[in-house]
Design a protein around this ligand. Sequence first.
Ligand code: UD1
Length: 351
Amino acid sequence: MSEKIAPADTCVLVTGGAGFIGSHTVVELLSGGYKVVVVDDLSNASRKVFDRIKTIVGDDAAANLTFYEADVNDRPALTKIFDEHHPDRVIHFAGFKAVGESVSKPIEYYSNNIGNTLTLVDVMREHGCKSIIFSSSATVYGDPDSLPLTEESPKKMATNPYGWTKWMIEQILTDLHTADPEWNVVLLRYFNPIGAHPSGLMGEDPKGIPNNLVPYVAQTAIGKRDAVHVFGNDYDTPDGTGVRDYIHVVDLATGHVAALAWMNGRQGVEIFNLGTGTGTSVLQIIEAFSKACGHEIPYVIEARRPGDVTANYADCSKARDLMGWEAKFNIEDMCRDSWNWQSHNPNGYEG
Ligand code: UD1
């Protein structure tokens, strides 16, 4: 059994804590009384997010936050941070995440995502810290045989290097526990995170043309893009467009806090789906977002995007039964908060 510790005595090191999911999780951790050390190289995030976090949680909770601008793969820097803070738990978000880019830059993706994980767990081991939550993805389920997806559903071949890095890191962390049963590993398989902090102060800030649906819809709604390109309307779904399980980023963030509480005092490897259990089509997203922003959002139907699956959505009963966690926000909430963020921050954190 690993040691059981109260949140106020728990130092959580968060890699990638300035990113979209990371920053929302940092807010929930600070609000939950945890001490937080963020390591982020800001390669795909803005330093300005920390001012926003401070505004949301207040000065007292913000005093429990330390930020280091460092690459997780920079072993001397990471070792220094561990020497200084002796983190009890790690939540590992840092990684490259653009699916299309991963196909053209496999070396960069494998070396960054897998390399930084190996450095991280080695430095953790050296410091006797053996509790890690990993940011995995429903992409490991590939093209599902049946829905909803449970944690028992088989892992399938990934369709791109990004997906393989998630797949392989899950395996690496599982093997770590096999070699040393004191490791305490939680693999969180996210479905499709969207939305933004209800305050409008934090949200997704993609660089360049968004790859994912909702940021593209949001930029179309604000007039930065002409029309949403709907990738295929000939799928075997009610309206022919792809179906996904979209989850509000704040629900995802509270899922990490629930996982921390659940893993406290345990060891082992446990997998949890984090989704809502509801499938929503591309056209339903466009419609819900149109309602949220108050005007029609133009779209054009295009060919299918290679590598896309028809539909996926989660069975989240394991997270509910074991961790007592459930998603609270629905698609309307997600689109409202996403629009609130986009309309108040048209150029993201730099705007
Ligand atoms: C992708 C990744 C997933 C990753 C997630 C969040 C794969 C196969 N998928 O999920 O691993 O965790 O992003 O980064 O690796 N769509 C459009 N027009 C657009 C964009 C998307 O119609 O401009 C459609 C897609 O065909 C799909 C749905 O919208 O049906 C959602 O797409 P997207 O937001 O990119 O997420 P996923 O592909 O599900």
